[in-house]
Every structure is written in C-alpha cells, then in structure tokens.
Design a protein around this ligand. Sequence first.
Ligand code: FAD
Ligand code: AMP
Length: 480
Amino acid sequence: MSKKFDVVVIGAGPAGYVAAIRAAQLGLKTACIDKMVDKSGKPTLGGTCLNVGCIPSKALLDSSWKYHEAKDAFDIHGISTGDVSMNVDTMIGRKDQIVKNLTGGVGALFKANGVESLKGKGKLLANKQVEFTPLEGEVETIDAEHVLLCTGSSPINIPVAPIDNDVIVDSTGALEFTEVPKRLGVIGAGVIGLELGSVWARLGSEVVCLEAQENFLFMMDQQIAKEAKKTFTSQGIDIRLGARVTGSKLNGKEVEVTYENTKGESENIVFDKLIVCVGRRPYTDGLLSEDSGVQLDERGFIYVNEHCETGVPGVYACGDVVRGPMLAHKGSEEGVMVAERIAGQKPEINYDIIPSVIYTHPEIAAVGQTEEQVKSSGIDYNVGLFPFAASGRAMAANEAKGTVKMIADAKTDRILGCHIIGPSAADLTQQIAIAMEFGATAEDIGMIVASHPTLSETIKEAALAVNGHAIHVANRKRRK
Ligand code: FAD
Ligand code: AMP
C-alpha cells in the first residue's frame, strides 16, 4: 500500500524545508523530498541557500573581509599586524563546517517537528500522487492531500562560456577555489557576481567584471548604484559595462574571453579563472509528468497566483521556481503562507515590502520602490539623504562611507522606499521594512528616539531630511 501524507513538499531549500516544518507544526502529516547530495555524495538538506548560496558565500565574504582589514585597514587604529597571509584551505574548510552545521540543523528540525525526510527525487503525477525515486532503493508512489513544489533554481549556462568546472566555473565552483586566482573574470555584475568577485578581489585577485547592461545594477535605485560603482572601482574591481561576452577559448590553464564593447568593437581579455554569474533559471527538470496539470509560464516558472496556488487544486509552488525575486526569505515566507493556508488560516504576503541585500562591503540594501519606479508611477515624492560621513558611530568605526536614501510620498509622507549603501545597510533597511509594514511616515521615523551613537541615527536623520529637518547635515531635501 502506498504511503499517504497530508502534505508532500518537493525540495528542501529555504522555501521547502520551512514550509514542511510549519506544516508539521500545524499538525499536518508531512514529508519533504530532496535529492541534493554534498561534495562527498552524502544527502544534504537546505537547498541552494545553505549548501552553495547565501550561507557559504557569506562565510567567504566574512573571512575575506577580515583578511583585508588585518592586512590593509588596521593601521589607522594604530594596530600593526606585520605580514598577514591567508590559508585558502582553512577558509574553505571553515565555510564547509558552517554549511555542515546548518544543513545538519535542518535534519534535526525535521526530526524535532516530525517531518519525514525522504532522500531522492520527487515527481508530480496526476491526482496529487508523487513518484519518489530514492537515492538508494525502489521507486514508490506516494499519495498526498497537498503537494508543494519548491524545486528552486539553477545557474544559467551560456554557450559562449561553457562551464568546465576547472577554469570556467559557475557560482558553486567559485566557492571552491583552492588558491587565489591571479586574473579573475566574472561574467555578469549582478548580485552574485559582485559578492563572489569581492571575495577573491580582497584576497588579491585582479578582478574584471564583464556586464552586458550599460546601467550598473539596473534594478536598483540608480543614485545608490552609481555610488556603489565608484566604491567597487576604488576597491580595485574593474567593472566594464556594456560588455557582452561573445566567446571564450580555453588555453591550458587560462581562458581568453571575447566581448563586444559599447562601441560594438570586439575586445579580448585573458583570465586564470572565469566565473559565469549571468542569473538563475527556475528548476523543473523531471518534476512534472505530462498529465500533472501544472503549467509553466513563458519563462519556465511554475505559474501560480498570489497565494502560490497552481491551477491544480491542492498543488502549490513556492520560492525561486515561481515569479518574484529569487531570494531565500521570499521563498520561506511563501512556504509558511502555503502551510498556514492549507491548515485553514488566511495569511497574505506583502510582495511590495521584500527587502534585498548585496553583501559587499559596504553592504547595499533596499526595500520598497526605487526613485525611478516612484517617478514613473507619477506620484509626487520627497527624498531625504543622509551620508554616513556625518555619523559619529560610522566615523568611530572607520566605516564612514555611504548614504541613506529615503523616499516618501509628498502628500501622505508615507515611506515608499529606502535604499542604503553603507555599514550594516541590511539591518538598517530591515528597520524601515518594519516601519513600512506599519504604514509609517517619514515623520514617524524622525520622531523615534535612536540611541546615540548608533548607525540607526542615520535612518532617523534621512527620514528627517525628507521634510528638511535633518540636524547633522545641511538638508538636501529634494521635492519632485
Ligand atoms: P533552492 O534553495 O534552490 O532549493 C531547491 C531544492 O530542491 C534543492 O535542494 C534541490 O536539490 C531540490 N530539488 C529540485 N528538484 C527536485 C526534485 N525533482 N526532487 C527532489 N528535490 C528536488 N538569497 C538571499 O536571500 N540572500 C543571499 O544572501 C543569497 N545569496 C546567494 C548566493 C549565491 C552564490 C546563490 C547561488 C544564491 C544566493 N541567494 C541568496 C539565493 C537563494 O539561494 C535562493 O533564493 C534560495 O535558495 C531559493 O530557495 P528555494 O527553496 O526556492 O530553492
Ligand atoms: P543577476 O541576475 O543579478 O544574477 O545578474 C546577472 C547579470 O549578468 C545581469 O546583469 C546580466 O545583464 C548579465 N549578463 C547576462 N549575459 C551576459 C553576457 N553574455 N555578457 C555579460 N553579461 C551578461
């Protein structure tokens, strides 16, 4: 007799594993299927995020930043460090250990909550049946009342630079270099490319980012993006915009990359390693039987409505495999929403307030609309700016670079967006995300007492600047 569950989740990334835990908490008999194996071939939970995404990249960003500080940034405090060196194996080993702890933690949470963890491949059949092909053992068919498809995304490969996992790698390979490449090319100056490029630039690589778009970080507020470009350039990262890669030629241990520049001319450049970071695609390979009834949209995402329901009653999809930003926290929130809706609750997600972060140094973080989006919507708005150069706390920490930008509706003063490049930008932006959820105005933020001296004072001052009341900077209020 086939196994039967209230909820079967396919995919144990941040969308799937969180959904499974929440469903089990709500008393639903839940199984979570995942086929991922780690470097040594052992089954692992946590998906892209924990294994080859958010967490390992942040581990390397933190190690490389500490190395950079010890080598080049302690002098100003009067600390001499002498010769500083980096043991890349140790850095990668530390990253692997963090991944192991966290992925093992998901297994422990599954046990604690009574989620049955099934290691292998899941495929949705008709009538909410799931074909389960275990990593070891016989194929079986599982009956489910509800199925959640949370199969995530995979890196986009481009034929002009095929991955060989030696000289040309994707984001996963870039987390595993055994030594610091002398000349490192990055195709795509997006979020992942900038983070990975920063890691290796700090460790001494000469990094060149080739980006097809002419606008840097085109999806971000362009004032902040401009400041970011200047900052990265000053850190030695060579960002070439309007550079569309058209070919690559492996030559032993190096690769010659050809790209077209803004004038349409062809240029060549040679690297010791090349990271291809040109985006990610929804991953549905082998997931759906022909008669499953689930539809994909024109870009290959599983088609869902605002409640993550597919067209098949009882079948849902969440995370990178559906529309919306490819962010771990977006997927997790969707997973929770679906589990709770299955249990009869009525949660909603406010897709307008999903913060996002680029974990470079300084960090770049955003929530809500960019100035470009507000402008094109035709709303009258005010902008408040506050530079970290005017923050005592930022100065004390030798982190006085960057800007807080707050955008508010000119009529209602409600905050429409906040964009920060600077120290702790991610955590500062989160404060504004909370405020926006409560419908706060810029005046509200300006009236809240901020401890002194803190970086939080910068968002208070930017909020005051929206209405021309900033204290610690000449007001640069802009009314549009
Ligand atoms: P995934 O994490 O991709 O998980 C999907 C899981 O489904 C995988 O384990 C896969 O093996 C499994 N699966 C697929 N098909 C099947 C099948 N048929 N049967 C069984 N199992 C299957 N996001 C952030 O928010 N912050 C960051 O700092 C950040 N940094 C990133 C850095 C890098 C280098 C990368 C690559 C990504 C980063 N992301 C970050 C994005 C983040 O990793 C994704 O948004 C997130 O992992 C998506 O979660 P998910 O659960 O939808 O899918
Ligand atoms: P993201 O989607 O944030 O991961 O960014 C991926 C980036 O890669 C985008 O900014 C794309 O413009 C860029 N890109 C895609 N294809 C190419 C290419 N052939 N050459 C250079 N850049 C590219």
